[in-house]
Design a protein around this ligand. Structure first.
Ligand code: ATP
Ligand code: MG
Length: 408
């Protein structure tokens, strides 16, 4: 269940909550949610053990398959004889096992553990059902395969148990109390939804803040640095003519347009106008303009426009990574050449940015600034990025983009 994201989990939990609404006995509640629980964990057997008012024994309700546990023969279900007594007694917060058949925690003198062997319930998760400050029982999820569940599953099982427990608590109350608890639970659900909604919103804002930060860094900061360089070149001249000023004006104008794009979150102008490989070439031209000694540049695109069909945001991310690699090469390495090569590989697409300059330091900080941004952006599109030193001198940045990111 590793791949389940927070949104999908929320949807499932809400579905469980809807499925139980209105069910007022244990077996119906369990039957209603079984399908939803199955979406979260494959299981062969699920049961809940509900502690009876005596506090000495408990009743079992099961779905999936029938076992001796479900037969509820009087006297069978004393807590001290339950294989999951450690959780029923509140001694352990949960039980997670890859193989309950050999896990000693489930087997002891007098344990009613025969169904574990008869039904071959190897993998098991046992979590407590807590409501209104008391322990009502346990939720037990089992699978015939070994090593089926992990710690994430325990967390999710706990969510489900919390949700079920409030309903079970309602079931254990009189009619009036039932209605009150159900109303309270509905309010709790609404509150949870609001809380999760607010969390999603904050996460969205945080991501947006990061994006703007990275875009300003890769685009606006680099543009303004270039313009300052241009102005300082002009300052060293005897006189400045109208043509020079017009070029400067153009530069600032472009920078303003890009800044507006960043604010409006549209594609970088150069990408919109030219497509990816042309945009990279245009970026190279812009980056080396006016640099002395001059830098020879080249773009080789062997992908047959493969990446042009990809999602806009993927292209933008790739462009931003290449843009920073180009800016870095020009800014730090004093190369004689700077080349970008795009190719198809067995696993997707590869973009290489190569310079023959000073070479990147081994101890360069990969976690912040431009290099940090490149790493973050690569991770966002599930791409691999590496910075390889070149024997003859220079830097070789390799970006590997997987098929799955390109074809969606
Ligand atoms: N192509 C390159 N050739 C040589 N050194 C490089 C190259 N790319 C990066 N570096 C080195 O790595 C360091 C970190 O790069 P990074 O892009 O993170 O920061 P920066 O370019 O100095 O500042 P900024 O945060 O504005 O990008 C640079 O200071 C430089 O020393
Ligand atoms: Mg940089």
């Amino acid at each position: 269940m590793d791949s389940l994201n927070k949104d999908a989990l929320l949807d499932r939990v809400l579905a469980i909550s809807h499925a139980i609404a209105g069910q007022l006995d244990y077996q119906s509640v369990l039957r209603q949610v079984a399908g939803e629980i199955y979406e979260l964990f494959e299981f062969d057997h699920v049961d809940v053990a509900i502690i009876n008012p005596s506090g000495i024994d408990f009743t079992v309700y099961e779905v999936g398959m029938e076992t001796e546990w479900g037969r509820n023969i009087k006297g069978n279900h004393t807590i001290v004889n339950s294989p999951v007594r450690s959780v029923l007694l509140g001694e352990l917060p949960f039980l997670l096992t890859d193989d309950a058949l050999i896990d000693e925690r489930f087997h002891f003198e007098g344990a009613f553990d025969s169904p574990i062997f008869e039904a071959a319930l190897h993998s098991r998760i046992i979590v407590p059902l807590h409501a209104h400050g008391s322990l009502l029982g346990t939720l037990n999820i089992s699978n015939k395969q070994k090593q089926k569940y992990n710690q994430t599953d325990v967390t999710v099982a706990n969510y489900i148990a919390d949700l079920l427990a409030t309903y079970f608590f309602a079931v254990s109350q009189g009619e009036e109390a039932k209605a009150a608890v159900i109303a309270e639970n509905q309010a709790l659900n609404r509150e949870n939804m609001l809380r999760i909604g607010a969390l999603r919103l904050t996460e969205g804002m945080e991501q947006e803040r990061k994006r703007i930060g990275m875009d300003l860094h890769d685009q606006t900061l680099a543009d303004l640095t270039r313009t300052v360089r241009h102005i300082s070149r002009l300052r060293r001249r005897e006189e400045v003519n109208v043509h020079d000023l017009a070029l400067l004006e153009d530069e600032i104008d472009t920078c303003l347009k890009e800044l507006r794009n960043i604010i409006e979150d549209t594609k970088p102008g150069v990408l919109e106008l030219f497509g990816l490989s042309q945009a990279i070439e245009a970026q190279l031209l812009r980056a080396v303009a006016g640099i002395r000694p001059s830098i020879s540049i080249g773009v080789i695109d062997k992908t047959e426009a493969y990446l042009d069909a990809a999602d806009e945001s993927l292209q933008t991310t790739i462009f931003r990574i290449v843009q920073e690699a180009i800016n870095n090469a020009v800014k730090h390495s004093r190369p004689t050449y700077l080349k970008v090569e795009m190719s198809k590989t067995e696993t997707g697409a590869r973009i290489e940015i190569m310079d023959d300059g000073a070479g990147i330091d081994n101890d360069a900080d990969m976690t912040s600034g431009g290099l940090g941004n490149m790493n973050v952006r690569a991770a966002l599109i599930s791409a691999e990025i590496s910075f390889l030193p070149v024997k003859a001198g220079g830097t070789h940045v390799v970006l590997d983009i997987p098929f799955e990111a390109v074809v969606q």
